[in-house]
Design a protein. Sequence first.
Length: 232
Amino acid sequence: MERLDKRLAATGSWSRKEARELVRAGRVTVDGRVCRAPEQKVGEEAVAVDGADIGAVGLVYLMLNKPAGVVSSTAEPGERTVIDLLGEGRRDIGLFPAGRLDKDTEGLLLLTNDGALAHRLLAPKRHVDKVYYVEVDGVLDGDDVEAVRRGVALADGYVCLPGELELLSDRSARITIHEGKYHQVKRMMAALGKPVAYLKRVGFGPLVLDEALPKGGWRALTEEEMRALFRQ
Ligand code: URA
């Protein structure tokens, strides 16, 4: 269950403030009844704006190979966003990134206008796997593998859930984490004394980055990828 204004804003079409205004203006129905309370909790009910079901309007699922230098948001003054990378006609259909990568992180980002799916995938208790290719300043060894397996204690005292670190070379590895804290991989590697020099996400839940996508390139998910995502 989540607040009605939050559910509306999750579609990417309205800010939280705009969503509240829509609701107060009587333009939003929940299971067919006008609801003027933005704080109303909604679950499986059908939510519609001006009679159009927000869950039924052209749901789109794109895999983006995010380049460094763009931010994972829909609009940010002075910044190029992941939505700016999409061509004409794709920028105004309420797409938003399901999750965030830092400005300097590259790789797999799911863009969708399906707020309910994004909400499910990002719910902390679901522990959707995230897989990264990482290069560090320093030399990785078996102690790091073991530390990640046990759960790295970050500088602020938070102990990460156990993850998997697979060494690819002295300075590069594949790391799988099962949560998505702010700057998590960077903070984990910093706590191990081997700060991140390069970071690229290569997996998100059942999705694997399509290496045929150039940096900044995107494509729609395949039927198979969508089925896997909905089973998640
Ligand atoms: N961990 C990070 O530190 N940064 C990212 O962008 C993703 C995971």
